[in-house]
Every structure is written in structure tokens, then in C-alpha cells.
Design a protein around this ligand. Structure first.
Ligand SMILES: Cc1cc2nc3c(=O)[nH]c(=O)nc-3n(C[C@H](O)[C@H](O)[C@H](O)COP(=O)(O)OP(=O)(O)OC[C@H]3O[C@@H](n4cnc5c(N)ncnc54)[C@H](O)[C@@H]3O)c2cc1C
Length: 419
């Protein structure tokens, strides 16, 4: 009998396994894919503070990035260089494998290629029914379970958990790209409605590449196809072969309850990602650590009841609730900006003292500070009120004529890593 059964071998599940094994608990992690870290689940941008806050493998760092350039639909641009924190670009596949090695070294048992088909609560324990690629089934029991299934919600209802109800949709490719530095972020309703598109340069075995993606309130794949055809992107692509292609939703509001009898829910499975950007690795690690701590206390007390496990939710709420609320309000508001309003916001931000505010308050992980600082600045507040009062006109189709000049990169539905 294991102390803890963890479903899902992404950052959340693997880091929880590491923390639990380090604390002397007997842990099993089940990952449906045959290889940990594959298919890749994200761009891999995380704040460098993650490496001081958590015990993380460092060999997967592809680049350190300090500067981002932002582009509005009307052609305004802004450069933001953070002196406070730098952003690290991870090879997510190698990062996840490193987390698995670290968890194994601490004593966790990891079973790639094992999908958990069902989890059942018994009086004194839990039983997971797993199956592997040959269809062989196995029953495994544990005292406590952790759902770390990412954006897969097939087990939630059966265990009494609700499903997330606010999503954004992401799609990304890795292609050969011209040599460039710094992250580029593009806004506009024809580019990425409700969110943004990005170009993140890196090198793979000495070859210049870029992760090019879109996060949108709908149809991310179609918007990515269009983004790849824009001259500013297409003219810089050096190889039309797509190395990696992923497409998946990100829940941007947490479940109302992330604990239950003998169960905890962490990471994307709990809807814990930044509402502003959809970034979820940091929150996954944080929730994994809180869950492991609560699980250890519950196991030591011999009481895995909801009353004891509620401590986990209190912990992540204390750390994240106000960030989530402010971020979500901001998303709900800014995602409705017309292109003209995005252009106006760029012009306001480009002027001192707002630039100074951004320099002083912008943080890759913590967005509440900069959102509240912007709200307090009179020029920005005036704009936000005007935006709130008007629906504004949209610059529709301004980019469309340019898209025809470049051949499309064909993205096949079935080729995408979707889970
Ligand atoms: C396009 C895109 C770009 C992104 N970029 C970033 C970024 O730059 N930075 C950032 O912080 N976040 C980013 N994210 C979000 C990030 O990918 C997630 O927040 C993060 O992967 C969550 O980790 P997790 O462990 O909770 O889930 P996952 O990484 O999704 O891991 C869950 C694992 O559980 C497995 N699983 C599911 N069900 C079962 C089952 N029944 N049995 C066994 N295994 C199962 C899945 O196969 C998967 O491997 C991005 C997301 C998208 C879509």
C-alpha cells in the first residue's frame, strides 16, 4: 500500500512526489504517456525566482531573458526590461524529466505509460485502476490521492469535484527562425482575441529556433495559422518544418473546492494558472508543495478527512487568492478592448510616469502589483474608465491583406499534442 497515489506526471504531480518522498512517504506517480515530458505542454517561461523558491533541476534552462517587446495592432511598440527579475526559458521536456529524476532519487516510484482509468474511495483507503499500452490493468491502493492531471478532467466528477469553467486556449509551434533576441508579444483582436501571441527565440543544438504561439479566447489553432502568415513572422521563419506542435486549453480560474475525502487537486487540474497570461508552472509547483505538506500532516495524524485536507486550500488561497482575483478582473476587462483601445493603452504606457510604474512594479509572476499601480495612475485610470464606458470600434481586417503574401504552414489537428 502506498501512502500517496498521484495521477499525472507533469510539474505538479512530480514536484508533489518529490516533496512527499523527501518527507519519507511512499509515493507512486502514474503518467499516461510512455515518456515523462513528452508531449511538451508549454512554452516553458518561468520566473528565475522559481529556482530559489523551489528545489528545481537547472539543466533544462534554454535561455535567460530580460527583455520583452510588445506590439499593438496599430504598430506601436514598447520594450520592457525588468531589472527586478529575469525570466528563464525551459526545455519543458527536459525539465519534466529532471523533476522525475529528482523525485525518483528521493524515493518516489514513477510509472510512465500507466493511465489511471478510475479512482475509488474505500473506507480506509483509495484504489486506482491503471492500464498500460498493452491494455494490462492493475489495481493499486493508497491512503491518499492527488489529482495532477493538467487540463484533463475525466476523473474529477467521479470524485465529487467540479470542473473549471473559465478557459483560454493555447497553440504553439517550434520552427527554425532568424537569429533574434528577446521575447516578442503581439496584441490585437485579429491576432489573438482576448489574449496575445508570442515569439520566443532560443537555440537547439546551435540552430536558431523560436517558439511561436497564440493564447486566445477561442480557436487558438486558426489564430496561430494566421499569425504564422503575418509578414513580421513569416519573413523570419527559416525552416517550415514544425518541430513541436501543441494545442490545449488552460483553465484560468480555480475549482471552488480542491480537497475532498482522501483527495487533493493541484496544478492545472485545480484550475491554478495566472488569469492574465495562462502561465501555470509556478502555481503548479506551489500547489504541489502545499498539497505535500497537508498530505504529510494528514497521514501522520491518520486522518485524511476533508476537515484536515481543507488546510491545503487555505494555504494556496492565502498565497494566491488576491492575485487570482485581481488578475481575473483585469483579464475580464482588458480582453474586451477594441484594437483602437489597445493602441491607446500602448500610447499611455509609453509615456512617463506609467513607464516608470512598469519598471518598478512589473514582475513575471506577480501581476496584482502592476495592475493596482496602473489603476492608481491618473492617465491610465482615465483611459480605463473611458474604455469601460465605450465599446469602441475595432480595426477589423487591417492585417488581412498582408497575410496572402506568404504560404501557410499547415497545422494538422491530429499532429498536435493535446492530451
Ligand atoms: C500554449 C501554451 C503555452 C504555455 N506556456 C507556459 C509558460 O511559458 N509558462 C508557464 O508557467 N505555463 C505555461 N503554460 C501552462 C502550463 O503548460 C501548465 O500550467 C503546466 O503544464 C501545468 O502543470 P501540471 O503538472 O498541472 O499539468 P501538466 O503539465 O498538463 O501535466 C499533467 C499530466 O497528467 C497526465 N494525465 C492526465 N490524466 C491522466 C490519467 N488519467 N492518468 C495518468 N496520467 C494522466 C497528462 O498526460 C500530463 O502529462 C502554457 C500552456 C499552453 C497551452
Amino acid at each position: 500500500m502506498y501512502d500517496v497515489l498521484i495521477v499525472g506526471g507533469g510539474p505538479a504531480g512530480l514536484y508533489a512526489a518529490y516533496c512527499l518522498a523527501k518527507a519519507g512517504r511512499r509515493v507512486a506517480v502514474f503518467e499516461e504517456h510512455p515518456e515523462i515530458g513528452s508531449p511538451v505542454h508549454c512554452t516553458g517561461l518561468i520566473a528565475s525566482e522559481s529556482f530559489t523558491r523551489f528545489d528545481l533541476p537547472r539543466h533544462a534552462n534554454q535561455a535567460a531573458l530580460r527583455e520583452a517587446r510588445f506590439y499593438s495592432p496599430g504598430g506601436h511598440s514598447l520594450s520592457v526590461a525588468s531589472e527586478k527579475d529575469e525570466t528563464v526559458l525551459l526545455d519543458r521536456s527536459a525539465f519534466d524529466r529532471g523533476l522525475a529524476d529528482q523525485a525518483r532519487a528521493a524515493g518516489a516510484e514513477i510509472f510512465p505509460g500507466h493511465r489511471v482509468e478510475a479512482l475509488r474511495r474505500l473506507r480506509r483507503n483509495l484504489v486506482a485502476r491503471t492500464s498500460n499500452s498493452t491494455g494490462m490493468e492493475r489495481l493499486v491502493s493508497g491512503r491518499l490521492g492527488i489529482l495532477a492531471t493538467g487540463a484533463s478532467y475525466g476523473l474529477h466528477r467521479g470524485l465529487g469535484f467540479q470542473l473549471p469553467d473559465r478557459f483560454v486556449y493555447g497553440a504553439q509551434v517550434e520552427v527554425g527562425f532568424e537569429i533574434t533576441s528577446g521575447v516578442e508579444v503581439y496584441f490585437g483582436n485579429d491576432i489573438a482575441p482576448g489574449s496575445f501571441a508570442w515569439i520566443v527565440p532560443f537555440t537547439r543544438e546551435g540552430v536558431a529556433m523560436a517558439k511561436i504561439g497564440v493564447l486566445a479566447s477561442r480557436d487558438a489553432m486558426q489564430y496561430l495559422t494566421r499569425f504564422l502568415r503575418l509578414p513580421v513572422v513569416a519573413s523570419r521563419i527559416r525552416s517550415r518544418a514544425v518541430y513541436q506542435y501543441l494545442r490545449r486549453p488552460v483553465a484560468v480560474w480555480p475549482l471552488p473546492q480542491t480537497f475532498g475525502d482522501r483527495m487533493l487537486v493541484i496544478g492545472d487540474a485545480a484550475g491554478l494558472a495566472k488569469p492574465t497570461t495562462g502561465g501555470g508552472v509556478y502555481y503548479s509547483l506551489l500547489s504541489a508543495e502545499f498539497a505535500a505538506d497537508t498530505a504529510c500532516r494528514a497521514l501522520s495524524a491518520g486522518d485524511c478527512s476533508p476537515r484536515v485536507l481543507s488546510r491545503y486550500q487555505n494555504a494556496w488561497r492565502a498565497a494566491l487568492a488576491s492575485e487570482l482575483k485581481v488578475g481575473s478582473l483585469f483579464r475580464g476587462y482588458a480582453s474586451r478592448f477594441s484594437d483602437a483601445q489597445i493602441d491607446e493603452a500602448f500610447q499611455i504606457v509609453a509615456a512617463e510616469p506609467v513607464t516608470r510604474l512598469i519598471r518598478d512594479h512589473a514582475s513575471f509572476n506577480w501581476h496584482k502589483g502592476i495592475i493596482l499601480a496602473l489603476w492608481r495612475s491618473s492617465s491610465m485610470r482615465g483611459f480605463l474608465w473611458r474604455a469601460l464606458m465605450s465599446r469602441g470600434g475595432r480595426i477589423i481586417g487591417a492585417l488581412r491583406p498582408f497575410m496572402k503574401a506568404y504560404p501557410a504552414i499547415k497545422l494538422r489537428e491530429e499532429g498536435a499534442a493535446t492530451d
